[in-house]
Every structure is written in structure tokens, then in C-alpha cells.
Design a protein around this ligand. Sequence first.
Ligand SMILES: CC(C)(COP(=O)(O)OP(=O)(O)OC[C@H]1O[C@@H](n2cnc3c(N)ncnc32)[C@H](O)[C@@H]1OP(=O)(O)O)[C@@H](O)C(=O)NCCC(=O)NCCS
Length: 144
Amino acid sequence: VTGSEVRVADTLDDVDWHAVRVDLLADDFDNGRTPTALRRSFEASQHVAIAWAGDRVVGTARLLSDGVCNAYVVDVWTLTSYRRQGVAARMMTLLVEAVPGQHVGLFTDDMQAFYAAVGFRLQGDFLSLVSGSWLDNAGNRDED
Ligand SMILES: CC(C)(COP(=O)(O)OP(=O)(O)OC[C@H]1O[C@@H](n2cnc3c(N)ncnc32)[C@H](O)[C@@H]1OP(=O)(O)O)[C@@H](O)C(=O)NCCC(=O)NCCS
């Protein structure tokens, strides 16, 4: 998918996870993962959307799916200076179109307006827990 200046890719080719982590921190959207843990979580996702402006990652999104009926979207982020230009909408379109026939869910604290704009509707209540302590697992340790 290409736009005027931002390209949305469906692969993780060329992503510099250290640079992404730096931008997430600067954008106050870091949730504690190391660069290696970020890479692992994206690599383990069935579908990814990476927005590029030149050689800089300016947006991410990923989708977990069982390949049959259920999918879940996480890590939707557009770099602040690239917001309100349709970048995240394009990433969401790429992910949703990758899973035809599947029910796609997600959680948001405060971006309901964005998800409504790309077709999502509130449904039921969302319940969650953290198993043990957040990010205390082998996936978040830096050894490969
Ligand atoms: C939410 C987020 C990903 C949206 O990214 P974006 O690239 O700016 O979104 P788009 O430009 O594709 O927005 C498409 C439409 O969604 C709606 N929308 C997007 N951001 C909005 C906001 N902050 N408030 C209200 N509506 C919004 C608008 O209708 C917009 O269309 P418009 O610009 O023509 O009015 C971005 O604001 C972000 O990264 N926020 C911080 C991280 C975050 O909260 N992620 C979601 C976690 S669940």
C-alpha cells in the first residue's frame, strides 16, 4: 500500500527495533518491552502493518489470529507528527482485510473515536487479568 509519503508494509523487513523503542518512549507509548521483546511479539503475530516514512518506522499495528474465526489487534500506534493523516486507518485496513470471515476484537482505553472511524463497534464488556507479573516471562528477556 502506498500513499503520498507514507508506505504501509505487511512485513517486518528492515525494522530497527531499537529505533522503534526510542520513538515509542519519546511518544509516551512504551509498555516496557525491550527491543528484542518488541521484535519477538511482532514476529509471533500472524499479520503486521508497518508504516514507513523513508527509512523511519512511523506506525505499527499487529494482529493475532487463530486462522479460523477469531483475531485480536494490538500495538496500534502512529508517531505523533504523522497523526491524522490516515496512517493508522490504512494499517487497520491491511490487518482486517487479511482475516476475512473472522471476528476482530481489540481493547482501547481512550481511542474509541479512532476505532469507530474504521468500523469497530462497542460490544459487551472486556475483562482481563495479567498472569503473574506484567512482562515477567522468557519472551521479555534479551537472550535469544
Ligand atoms: C490512535 C492512533 C493510532 C490513530 O492514528 P492516526 O494515524 O492519527 O489515525 P488516522 O489518521 O488514520 O485516523 C482516522 C480517523 O480516526 C479518527 N481519529 C483518529 N485519531 C483521533 C483522535 N485522537 N480523536 C478523535 N478521532 C480520531 C478520525 O475520524 C480520523 O479521521 P480524520 O483525521 O479524517 O478526522 C494514534 O492517535 C496513536 O498512535 N495514539 C497513541 C497510541 C494509542 O493510543 N494507540 C491505540 C491503543 S488502543
